[in-house]
Design a protein around this ligand. Structure first.
Ligand code: ADP
Ligand code: MG
Length: 281
């Protein structure tokens, strides 16, 4: 979690620009390049290329909470995987902090739909895992995990194992683990999709609070229009595959106390829903 920022405003602004994600005519076609001979080459040859993303352009300044919404299979996860560095575009360029993405890095934390915690490690050890590999001392790790467990409301569960936690608590732990190395960007792929409705609402609230407190840039993928409009300071909607941007608008709603009761909420949700429906048809 970045500590309160005491630097001069221009210095801070420059840093925020550097934290930006930039997508330049990004396209990805799976299986487009045929492999050579051999058993695997023959096995891959039968698959037709799949155009997952086409010419996606966006500039995301630091500190934004961007929600990416679109129909199933439109390329949302693909887009996050490109920013995470798990995949490379077949066209265009993905850059983070002004540098082309060549692989995963500690500047980007990832949270998936399934928490993917290490089942044999306590909640605290899970949170500290990335810090250990980064070479932090035991005292540093302890201080950092205390801070993060408090942030996600899991201080009382630090010593428990993942299977002793509810799904919502496991996802809180996954968020704390992703934040541990102090990433500038948090990439979240339908993180609340597997949770019951009440837990999901609760975690949406919590995430807004965490975002406000840490100032982390968030890219959040969802297929729920309601969730996208509730959370996003900027909402990007993708068409059906190959995903193209069909809507990209900013919203002040997440700055409000309760976006759901804001007079702008129903209209914005309707507009985004209509765009997504039209683009999915
Ligand atoms: N590794 C892969 N190989 C081939 N096709 C893939 C692969 N991953 C995803 N796809 C296809 O690319 C399209 C976009 O997938 P994805 O990004 O997972 O969509 P979403 O997250 O929006 O549901 C889908 O048609 C999917 O089947
Ligand atoms: Mg997906």
């Amino acid at each position: 979690m970045p500590s309160p920022d005491e630097r001069a405003p221009d210095e801070r602004a420059a840093d925020e620009r550097a934290a930006a994600v930039s997508l330049r005519e990004v396209s990805l076609t799976y299986g487009g390049k045929r492999r050579g001979g051999g058993v695997f080459g023959r096995a891959f040859k039968s698959a037709d290329p799949v155009d997952a993303l086409r010419d996606v352009d966006a500039d995301i300044p630091g500190g934004e909470f961007v929600t990416i919404v679109g129909p199933s299979g439109c390329g949302k996860s693909t887009l996050l995987r490109l920013v995470a560095g798990f995949a490379r575009p077949t066209g265009g360029e993905v850059a983070v902090a002004g540098a082309p993405v060549t692989g995963p890095g500690p500047d980007r934390g990832v949270v998936f739909q399934q928490p993917r915690l290490f089942p044999w490690l306590t909640v605290r050890r899970n949170v500290e895992f990335g810090l250990r590999t980064a070479g932090a001392s035991a005292a540093e790790r302890r201080a950092r995990s205390d801070e993060l467990l408090d942030l996600v409301g899991l201080s009382d569960s630090a010593g428990r194992l993942p299977h002793e936690l509810s799904g919502g608590m496991q996802q809180r732990a996954a968020i704390a683990r992703a934040l541990a190395p102090g990433p500038r960007i948090l990439l979240m792929d339908e993180p609340f999709a597997a949770l019951d409705a009440l837990t999901r609402e609760r975690l949406q609230e919590e995430l807004r609070r965490i975002w406000r407190r840490t100032g982390t840039t968030i890219l959040f993928v969802t297929h729920s229009v309601d969730e996208a409009v509730f959370l996003g300071t900027r909402i990007i909607a993708l068409s059906r595959r190959p995903g193209r941007i069909v809507l990209d608008e900013t919203s002040t709603l997440p700055g409000e106390d309760d976006p759901h009761t804001h007079p702008d909420f129903p209209g914005r949700r309707e507009r985004v829903a209509a765009t997504v429906r039209a683009a999915a048809a």
